[in-house]
Write a protein that binds this ligand. Structure first.
Ligand code: SF4
Length: 396
C-alpha cells in the first residue's frame, strides 16, 4: 500500500514553539495558527519542520488534531497531501548568504560589504557636553533628532578626507541631522554622490535661522523633516511647508509623544503631524498600549519570503546605515559601540561592521523560543533603549 504524505508549500513559512504552530503564506499574507492540544500535533509539526523536504508521513498520524491542522493548511493552499514520495522544493536562500567569516578572510572579500551601505547619517551639530536637558539630549538614541551641545562637533575636513578614500557603490540616501547647513560640505557630498536623495532633520525653532533654501537649491531630490511642538510652533512650521511646496521640497512635520494625553492635548493642531513615540524612562504603559506588537499586528503584515529570510540573517532596521556623529566616531547605530572613527582605515571599519547591530536578529529569549521569531520585525532602537528584548503582548 502506498503511503500518503503531507507537505508544506515552499512559499509558506512554518515555525512553532512550546504552545503553538504558525504557518504563514507569503503570497497572500494569510496564515493559520493552532495551539497544541495534544502531543500528536506537536510531534507531527516537529517532523514537518525538521524534515528537509518539509513533509511528513500522514498515515502515521491518524489523530483529529493533526487532521484539523492539515485541513486548515489545505484550505489556504499552503500544504497538501500526496501519495508516494513527497515533492522536493528547493528552499529559497537569504540575500546575504556569504558568511561573515568568509567576508573577513581577505581584503577583496571585505570590499563586498561596501555595496551594503545604503544610507549615510551625518550629525552636523556640535558635540553634546554636560548633562543638562538630559532627556532632550538623549532623543537622538530613539530617532533622527538633532543633538545640542557646545563641543567641537563633526570635523568637516576629516570627514571629506574619509569619504575621499571610499566609494559607496549603492548609496541611496544621505541624511543630515542638525540645525546647520554647511553649503561647502553639501556641495562636496552632492559632487561625490550626484544621484542620491538628501534628507534633512531639523528643529523648527533653529531651522528658521538657517540658510536651508540657498544651501540646497541646486539639489534636485531633497526632503525635509522638521521636529515641531504642535502646541507652540505649528504656525511657523506650516509656513515653512508652504515655502517648501513652492520650491518642490517635500516637508514633513514630526513630534515626539510620550503619553496619550500629549496627543489629545494638541487637538486640531495634530493634523499633518507624524507622531514618534518617545521612551522617557517611566512610560512603559504608553508603549504597551501604542507600540507593543500584538499577534494580530504580526500576522497582518504582508511579508514576502525574502523578508522572512532577511529576518533570519540581518536587522533591516539597522542594516546598511552608517552614522557619523559629533564625537567624530562612526557607528552602525548610535546605541551601540562605534565601529571606528574619522581617520581610521576603511578595512577596519568594514571588518567591525560584520560584528555590528546590522546582524542583530531575534535570537535571544523569549524571541528565540517563539513561533513568530522570524515574522516579527527585527529589534529596533526602542528595544535597546528600553532594555527589553521583546516589545509585544505575545510573551509579556
Ligand atoms: S517580539 Fe519576540 S516574543 Fe514577541 S512575538 Fe515577536 S518573536 Fe515572539
Amino acid at each position: 500500500m502506498n503511503n500518503t504524505y503531507f507537505y508544506i508549500e515552499p512559499y509558506a513559512h512554518i515555525n512553532y514553539d512550546n504552545e503553538k504552530v504558525v504557518v504563514y503564506e507569503t503570497l497572500s499574507g494569510k496564515s493559520v495558527r493552532y495551539f497544541f492540544g495534544d502531543e500528536y500535533l506537536k510531534s507531527f509539526v516537529n517532523h514537518l519542520v525538521n524534515n528537509q523536504s518539509r513533509s511528513v508521513c500522514y498515515d502515521e498520524y491518524p489523530y483529529d488534531s493533526v487532521k484539523e491542522f492539515v485541513e486548515g493548511c489545505r484550505n489556504l493552499n499552503i500544504g497538501d497531501i500526496v501519495s508516494n514520495h513527497p515533492p522536493f522544493a528547493m528552499p529559497m536562500k537569504p540575500k546575504f548568504m556569504t558568511s561573515n567569516d568568509k567576508l573577513r578572510s581577505t581584503k577583496e572579500m571585505l570590499f563586498r560589504v561596501i555595496p551594503w551601505v545604503s544610507n549615510l547619517v551625518l550629525y552636523t551639530d556640535t558635540e553634546k557636553k554636560g548633562t543638562h536637558e538630559f532627556l532632550y539630549q538623549e532623543k537622538y538614541t530613539q530617532a533622527l533628532f538633532p543633538i545640542f551641545g557646545s563641543g567641537e562637533g563633526l570635523n568637516k575636513n576629516k570627514l571629506k578626507e574619509q569619504f575621499g578614500r571610499i566609494r559607496f557603490t549603492r548609496l541611496k540616501t544621505i541624511s543630515m541631522v542638525g540645525n546647520k547647513f554647511d553649503a561647502e560640505l553639501l556641495r562636496f557630498l552632492k559632487t561625490e554622490y550626484p544621484n542620491v536623495s538628501f534628507i534633512f532633520y531639523s528643529n523648527v525653532e533653529q531651522f528658521v535661522y538657517t540658510d536651508f533654501y540657498n544651501s540646497t537649491n541646486y539639489i534636485k531630490d531633497v526632503r525635509l523633516n522638521l521636529w515641531v511642538n504642535p502646541l507652540s510652533n505649528i504656525g511657523i512650521a506650516k509656513h515653512i511647508i508652504e515655502k517648501c511646496n513652492k520650491i518642490g521640497v517635500e516637508c514633513r512635520l514630526l513630534s515626539f509623544v510620550n503619553k496619550e494625553k500629549n496627543i489629545s492635548d494638541k487637538g486640531n493642531e495634530n493634523e499633518g503631524v507624524f507622531f514618534v513615540p518617545f521612551y522617557s524612562g517611566d512610560n512603559l504603559s504608553f508603549f504597551e498600549h501604542n507600540v507593543f506588537l500584538t499577534e494580530q499586528d504580526i500576522l497582518a503584515q504582508n511579508l514576502t519570503q525574502q523578508d522572512i529570510l532577511n529576518n533570519m540573517s540581518v536587522n533591516s532596521n539597522f542594516f546598511g546605515e552608517l552614522y557619523f556623529m559629533p564625537d567624530n566616531k562612526i557607528y552602525a547605530n548610535p546605541n551601540f559601540s562605534p565601529v571606528g572613527k574619522l581617520g581610521d582605515d576603511w578595512h577596519d571599519i568594514l571588518y567591525n561592521l560584520l560584528d555590528s547591530c546590522w546582524f542583530k536578529t531575534r535570537d535571544m529569549k523569549p524571541c528565540s523560543n517563539c513561533a513568530f521569531q522570524y515574522l516579527c520585525p527585527p529589534p529596533s532602537n526602542y528595544e535597546i533603549v528600553i532594555g527589553k528584548p521583546n516589545l509585544c503582548t505575545v510573551k509579556p
